[in-house]
Design a protein around this ligand. Structure first.
Ligand code: IPT
Length: 957
């Protein structure tokens, strides 16, 4: 009889026929990996199912194939859809649309002849969003909870030899109401499927309790097992011991994210050896602080979604390792697994390489906010079991990972009794880990006060314990005793985030502020190709979704292909665990070890002295080993400076030896200081007189347009401009939040016109006055250009003065000029090597750098202002035809398209070089901020329209 019962789809029940949740572990018991190509048929909905597809005799040879694991929308079946908060279907729980894409999967496998007697378990690590399973035509059950495992006991259905597994997966189900995370809606069997032999006498489950007493250095080990077993941990001297102990060990090496020491062992039964990895650590909230092993933590974290631009939420082991290595290499020490438990393999890597993990339940009901939380499952008893079930499955699966230091109930699910019950169950099951949920603002059932996107000022108040009172004094008093973390902050969408350094200063100043998790690790762009074959990354709306949230899905510190964005470089510098401060007046170097646990014996310190960016002397510093929290002061080394130019001292801390996550020499931290006066730029000496004829206006090596006073040629170099430029292609932080970019456009900053008021050649050079203003407004900027020259060089004094009202910040104040397209390289002395704006400068050090024009661009998923190099002293823009040298003090961008083209582009492939290089030489920029979700640009980084000057010298090369 065809099994077409689909009632489970719209049932709130988490599933039927499943085994109780338990730990995920490796053992020597046989297993059969069922990943690979499966037969697949895409059905439009529940009315389009294949009767009898589960029968072993069913002929599927005409069906397509689909890899397992995978997300079917990334294999041409249906299309991805992105919404942040909004459910992409009517809110009518537990019902879902009739249009419910359903995948019918089949695969055959052969049970090995030596498969042991005992039980067999079929394990699904992740199926989105709901499924039913048959083995040999026998229905095993059904399940929901996309990112938590589901197991079925298949002992009775399993046959010797050939077996047929059939799975029906539905895109939408009642479970979808609990999975409204800010990410692509993707479906399918997206994590591995395995058949596990559970031989007679094997272990079903175990729970490792490995506590560390920091006052005595004693480790206490207790392993609860579901049945009789023996425990062997050679490095602890345990051989075939009773797992329950408790076993105490003097002087164990504790586990921390900084030094992730694992003791490898085995639990053995008569039929199985189970691998265990033990990390001794004790997590506690004590004296209002979150502590591990007696020390308060400073979380330098990121929110990590699982993402790959080709395979979506199906990640290879190599990709997970890549994430961990990149994080470790960038001084990141913590991950919040937003907003669901990741693959178990990822947590195993966190145990091994060392990252603190806040493990979050697969629960988000954010879309109910849009109906004033009416019917929110968190507060509805009928959803109680579904909520609790998810929590149990995370805790049971992940309880043996030392990296997991907190459980999180979920994200953005409002409030309600079900959350409180999830917390209560968790506390009872695992009292060793604090509980997190940002939605519990009063700390009624959680152990830390957690917020998202609180601005700097409020964060500081919280740091002082002076956050605004609510109307419940008792709850206020309770909350004020809790440690504070920002579970999300510094929204890394597009260019930015700005303001990171200012947050970190607060975290380091107030003990209650224990750091946070940048939103977020990776841009979830989907790799696609333009008609010309170039790759770009798609975002919301690119698949014709009727409801979508555009590029809000691209807000990570790494681009979709995991290229670190400038935001990651900035974060690495801002959170560096060693602070190197150089004092030019006192001529001292102060080094502070900001690790929570680790001393500095793994580091070596190097210094380098530069004159105008040219290395002059270098050496190593003899720094005594500093314990965590200790500092030392050293005298300056002998700099051997020539005394010429701008003198710099740079000190770096780098790995002295290879670590599992980086090689010796990998840089951890640095400090830099100017040790002398800035150098004097070249100034034209002789004052050439400007000469004007009917069709010519000349000054030294320069030729200007006689009518407009625009520079057209310098020596042999053709150019256009420079002219006043106030515009930038709005960043995501300009566009969203308070919508500054809309104000800019309303004011007309993107359509300024220029009126020439004077072109005045004189004995002292050439003076050109222009008035730059938008149509329909009497606000303007007067730009006055004073040009002077000798036979070799041209100098410019620009004065910009606002006229009328300028009631808004301006994007930039500076000059834009156009150079021939053969210019392909830039050398500069200034901050670099990466992009920097006034509130994202921490990672940019002074030095000499070289990049191609193309490498000066940051290919943000949605094109926007990028690539600025900050505080440049000189730049040489060169190519086969010669080049141009610019000297002064300016910010520099170069690109092969205009800001207007950048502004119009929706994807990187919309930008095509023409035969011009556009150069911006700026006196100032408006900061970047993080207004796309969070505070905007801080007052000190706001660019107000005001009198501005810029002095430059131009020479051809
Ligand atoms: C917050 C969400 O928790 C997170 O998933 C993500 O959507 C982030 O915003 C923005 O990218 S919720 C928001 C209402 C603060």
């Amino acid at each position: 009889m065809a099994d077409l019962d689909t009632d489970y789809v719209e049932s709130r029940s988490p599933g039927h026929g499943r085994r109780a949740p338990r730990a995920c572990f490796d053992s020597d018991a046989p297993r059969l990996e069922l990943d690979g190509p499966w037969r697949f048929r895409a059905a439009a909905g529940l009315g389009d199912l294949t009767p009898g597809f589960e029968a072993p005799t069913f002929d599927d040879t005409h069906w397509d194939r689909l890899p397992v694991p995978s997300c079917w929308q990334l294999h041409g079946v249906g299309t991805p859809a992105y919404t942040n908060v909004t459910y992409p279907f009517p809110i009518d729980p537990p019902r879902v649309p009739d249009d419910n894409p359903t995948g019918e999967y089949r695969r055959e496998f052969t049970l090995p002849g030596d498969w042991p007697a005992g039980r067999s378990v079929l394990r699904f690590d992740g199926v989105d969003s709901c499924f039913a399973v048959w083995l040999g035509g026998v229905r095993l059950g059904d399940g929901k909870g996309s990112r938590v495992p589901t197991e079925f006991d298949v002992t009775d259905a399993l046959r010797p030899g050939r077996n047929i597994l059939a799975v029906r997966v539905h895109q939408w189900s009642a479970g979808s109401y609990l999975e409204d995370q800010d990410m692509w809606w993707l479906s399918g069997i997206f994590r591995s499927v395995r058949l596990l032999s559970r031989p007679v006498g094997s272990l079903d489950d175990f729970f490792v309790h490995a506590d560390y007493d920091h006052t005595t250095g004693t480790g206490t080990l207790r392993v609860e097992t579901s049945g009789a077993a023996r425990l062997t941990v050679p490095a602890l001297g345990l051989t075939d011991a009773e797992p329950a102990g408790p076993h105490t060990f003097e002087d164990v090496v504790p586990w921390s994210a900084e030094q992730p020491h694992l003791y490898l062992g085995e639990l053995t039964t008569e039929s199985e050896r189970v691998h265990v990895r033990i990390g001794f650590r004790t997590v506690a909230v004590e004296d209002g602080l979150l502590k591990v092993n007696g020390r308060p933590l400073l979380l330098r974290g990121v929110n990590r979604h699982e993402w790959d631009p080709e395979t979506g939420r199906t990640l290879s082991d190599a990709t997970m390792l890549w994430d961990v290595l990149l994080m470790k290499q960038h001084n990141i020490n913590a991950v919040r697994t937003s907003h669901y438990p990741p693959s178990s393999e990822f947590l195993a890597l966190c145990d091994e390489y060392g990252l603190w993990v806040v493990d979050e339940c697969d629960l988000e009901t954010h879309g109910f906010e849009q109906v004033d939380w009416r019917g929110n499952p968190s507060a509805d008893d009928r959803w109680r079991e579904a909520c609790l079930d998810r929590m149990r499955r995370v805790v049971e699966r992940d309880k043996n990972h030392p990296s997991v230091i907190m459980w999180s109930l979920g994200n953005e699910s409002g409030s309600g009794e079900n959350l409180a019950e999830m917390a209560a169950w968790t506390r009872d099951r695992d009292p060793s880990r604090p509980i997190h949920y940002e939605g519990d603002r009063d700390g009624g059932y959680v152990d830390v006060y957690s917020r998202m996107y609180a601005d700097h000022a409020e964060t500081e108040l919280i740091g002082r314990g002076e956050e605004p009172a609510t109307d419940d004094p008792a709850r206020d008093a309770h909350r004020r005793q809790l440690p504070f973390i920002l579970c999300e902050y510094a929204h890394a969408m597009g260019n930015g985030p700005g303001g990171l350094a200012e947050y970190q200063r607060l975290f380091e100043a107030y003990p209650r502020l224990q750091g946070g998790f940048v939103w977020e690790w990776i841009d979830h762009g989907i790799a696609r190709h333009a008609p010309d074959g170039r790759q770009f990354f798609a975002y919301g709306g690119d698949f014709g979704e009727p409801v979508h949230d555009g590029n809000f899905v691209a807000d990570g510190l790494v681009l979709p292909d995991r290229t670190p964005s400038p935001g990651l470089a900035e974060y690495k510098k801002v959170v560096e665990p060693v602070r190197i401060s150089l004092d030019a007046d006192a001529r001292i170097i102060e080094i502070r070890n900001g690790h929570d646990f680790r001393d500095t014996s793994h580091l070596r310190f190097r210094w380098q002295a530069q004159d105008d960016g040219e290395p002059r002397a270098k050496g190593t510093l003899d720094v005594s080993v500093l314990a965590a929290g200790e500092s030392t002061v050293l005298p300056w080394p002998e700099l051997r400076s020539t005394g010429e130019g701008e003198r710099l001292l740079t000190v770096v801390a780098e790995l002295a030896h290879n670590e599992p996550w980086a090689r010796a020499g990998h840089e951890i931290a640095w400090g830099q200081v100017l040790t002398g006066e800035p150098s004097k730029a070249y100034e034209p000496g002789l004052r050439a007189t400007a000469r004007r004829t009917a069709d010519r206006l000349e000054l030294g090596p320069a030729r200007f347009d006689p009518a407009t006073g625009t520079l057209r040629r310098l020596g042999d170099l053709q150019l256009e401009g420079p002219g006043l430029d106030l515009w930038r292609a709005p960043t995501d932080n300009d566009v969203l939040g308070p919508r500054l970019a809309d104000r800019w456009r309303a004011f007309g900053l993107h359509r300024l016109t220029t009126k020439v008021l004077a072109v005045d050649p004189n004995g002292d050079g050439l003076t050109v006055v222009t008035r730059v203003a938008p149509a329909g407004s009497d606000s303007a900027m007067t730009a006055t250009y004073h040009w002077r020259a000798d036979e070799a060089a041209l100098s410019l004094d620009l004065a910009v003065d606002p006229v009328g009202d300028w009631p808004l910040p301006v994007p930039r104040i500076g000059l834009r000029l156009a150079l021939p397209g053969w210019i392909d390289t830039v050398d500069w002395y200034g901050r670099g090597p990466g992009e920097a704006y006034r509130d994202t400068t921490a990672a940019a050090r002074l030095g000499r750098f070289r990049r191609s024009v193309d490498a000066m661009q940051t290919p943000y998923v949605r094109p926007q202002e990028n690539g600025n190099r900050h505080e440049v002293r000189w730049a040489r823009l060169t190519g086969d035809g010669g080049g141009l040298e610019v000297t002064g003090a300016f910010d520099l961008t170069l690109r092969r398209w205009t800001s207007e083209q950048l502004d119009e582009a929706r994807h990187t492939t919309d930008l095509t070089p023409d035969d011009t290089v556009y150069v911006n030489l700026d006196a100032a920029h408006h900061g970047i901020g993080t207004a796309s979700c969070g505070p905007g640009t801080l007052p000190e980084h706001t660019l107000h329209a005001g009198p501005t000057t810029l002095h430059l010298t131009l020479r051809t090369l």
